[in-house]
Design a protein around this ligand. Sequence first.
Ligand code: APR
Length: 246
Amino acid sequence: MQTVQRQSISDELRDRFESAKSVLVLTGAGVSAESGVPTFRGGGNSAVWKGMPFDLISSARMVERDLPRVWEWFDYRRTLLQPLEPNPAHKEIARWEKLFQQFTLVTQNIDGLHQKAGSGGVIELHGNIWRARCVSCHARYEILAGERRADECVGCGDRLRPDVVLFGEILPRGVFELAAESAQECELCIVIGTSGIVYPAASLPEIAKAAGAFLCEVNSELTAVSELCDEVLTGKAGEILPMLTT
Ligand code: APR
């Protein structure tokens, strides 16, 4: 599919970028693809780990049944992520934060690359692989790269689990509501690198559109969101995002 050229970005989108006071950005695995993080449905992610299907090892059921094995999987994923750096898409989004009165970044990614690029106040719908959480008191602990992670909660002594939303689990309380509020209020909503099929995250562009926002998608292919959009920019996020302000 033809990658978008600078001149094919509409004047309307450029004007909206100039004039918008409140902007919502929703990102998915595609924004980290150019950093080397495999996407879920782009064929990059191996569907099986040590003979166990990806959506089983990453499930609430496995936390109940075999937490050490779940940790083995997430420890392995952190070692893959550790050397990876933010790409131009992450860096551009971090720069946008200072351009608008009200800027909200919502991500489905657990890789922490937005924060590594300098983004603050990121709404993490699916948690973060660099954090652990107590199964009882829900106290959260940062996991530092290259350091041994704790197994027990200092507060109540119970076990720690990855602070990530696993298959079969609902999102952390209040996180989606915060994102939905911003979607309701934004004038410009940009959806970057998500297949738009996992709910409730995929409902955010719908909420923004229904509330009158201009909806723009940046993705290397058409997705479930494309039809809803006022403008679809096809290509790599790391190449397209810097074009939006230059
Ligand atoms: N630039 C822009 N888009 C890209 C790029 C790129 N360089 N590379 C891939 N993409 C697009 C793909 O075309 C695809 O539409 O990114 C999207 C990635 O889709 P998924 O793999 O489905 O990832 P995502 O939408 O984030 O998945 C949502 O599903 O498995 C769960 O919890 C997991 O957060 C994840 C959620």
